[in-house]
Design a protein. Structure first.
Length: 368
């Protein structure tokens, strides 16, 4: 582990830089979202209920805990939104409850003003409620058992969850937004990683390694491990700060959120390896990093929800790794098991392999 120890000592020499990189982003995000600067005010929600079942009534009551509800006809949606009296409208189609009880995945249509971000808190609450209903439907097996479970749920744990979620629903929205800024900080930290690799090529340390007993594979693995430790320290400090210093809700399992961010950290390292291999100077690296990070952040939903962007930009964003980070983070924060986030994590790992390949091709050519 000679390379690992040497690299870690190099990084630890720059204590001020490490503090700025590891601590300041976490504190900045915590201050912004911990003091409610992005908290949503009470919303007016319109509901078009074509199903009219006990489950849809429970959903209405759940939303009514923190929002004003209006019963609408589907023909009134445009006028309700345009008039400003309604911020967001939910449409529940006929047969919704039956499909959910039969372990299908029915959706609830939502309508809002495209240029605003008011829909996110509503979507968070709806997704949370439906996640609980889906899990109960899988266990119940039939409609009678499902409603018995829902009655027990609403009479017991549901009332507790409503109270705690009523205090935490804005924090769910905050952490989804805060994760975006944290991910941006992680990508900018990858520039430091790339600069380290570029500096070792510039002062010929890298080339001396190629003729030493240490193999190129061992060298790269130790480098990657060193940078991964640095990223994991950053993530750990950020999550601990969010949870205990700013009391921001991290979902029912912060460990699952840590896993998601750890996978993204590996992707950031792979991206830094690719950038270091494809550039020759720090100026080229800075330009390439900016041209890479900014589109990934904007189109991937790190700066703002993807739903407010034009459809063509949303389609482009589907091909970016940051989109899948947001999807995975949202899945675990809303209380779903980590297994539900595996498809998004698999895509992130796929992008990681692609970036590593871009980086190793150049180094293989040097080795020859």
């Amino acid at each position: 582990m000679t390379v690992f120890s040497y690299t870690m000592k190099q990084l630890l020499r720059k204590k001020l830089s490490l503090v700025l990189i590891l601590v300041v982003p976490a504190l900045a995000v915590g201050v912004m979202f911990g003091f409610g600067l992005t908290g949503a005010s009470n919303l007016a929600i319109g509901i078009v209920d074509h199903d009219n079942t006990q489950l849809t009534e429970l959903l209405s009551d759940f939303l009514g805990e923190s929002s004003a509800l209006n019963s609408l006809e589907e023909t009134d949606i445009k006028n309700a939104l345009a008039g400003g009296g309604t911020d967001y409208v939910l449409v529940i189609d006929s047969g919704f409850t039956e499909k959910l009880i039969n372990n299908q995945n029915p959706s609830i249509r939502g309508y809002g003003i495209q240029e605003t971000n008011t829909s996110r808190p509503v979507k968070v609450k709806v997704d949370s409620f439906l996640s609980a209903a889906h899990n109960l439907a899988k266990i119940a097996g039939n409609e009678a058992a499902f409603y018995r479970g829902m009655e027990s749920y609403t009479a017991g744990s549901f009332s507790v969850n409503v109270q705690s979620y009523g205090e935490a629903d804005q924090n769910v929205n905050k952490i989804l937004s805060g994760m975006g800024l944290l991910a941006i900080s992680m990508m900018f930290l990858s520039i430091m990683t790339a600069l380290n690799l570029l500096e070792e090529k510039k002062n010929h340390t890298f080339f001396r390694v190629l003729i030493s007993p240490i193999s190129l594979k061992s060298y790269m693995l130790q480098k990657i491990l060193c940078f991964l430790v640095l990223f994991l320290v950053m993530i750990t400090f950020a999550l601990l700060s969010f949870r205990f210093l700013f009391e921001i809700y991290l979902g029912p399992s912060p460990v699952n959120l840590f896993i998601v961010l750890a996978v993204f950290a590996l992707l950031c390292i792979a991206m830094s390896v690719a950038l270091a291999s494809l550039t020759r100077t720090s100026q080229q690296l800075g330009t390439a990093a900016t041209l890479t990070i900014m589109p990934l952040s904007m189109l991937g939903g790190l700066f703002w929800p993807r739903e407010i962007m034009p459809e063509i930009l949303q389609d482009i964003g589907q091909f970016l790794p940051t989109t899948w980070l947001v999807n995975a983070a949202g899945t675990v924060v809303l209380g779903n098991p980590i297994n539900d986030a595996l498809p998004a994590l698999a895509i992130l790992i796929g992008y990681t392999l692609v970036f590593f390949l871009l980086g190793t091709w150049s180094k293989k050519d040097i080795a020859r």
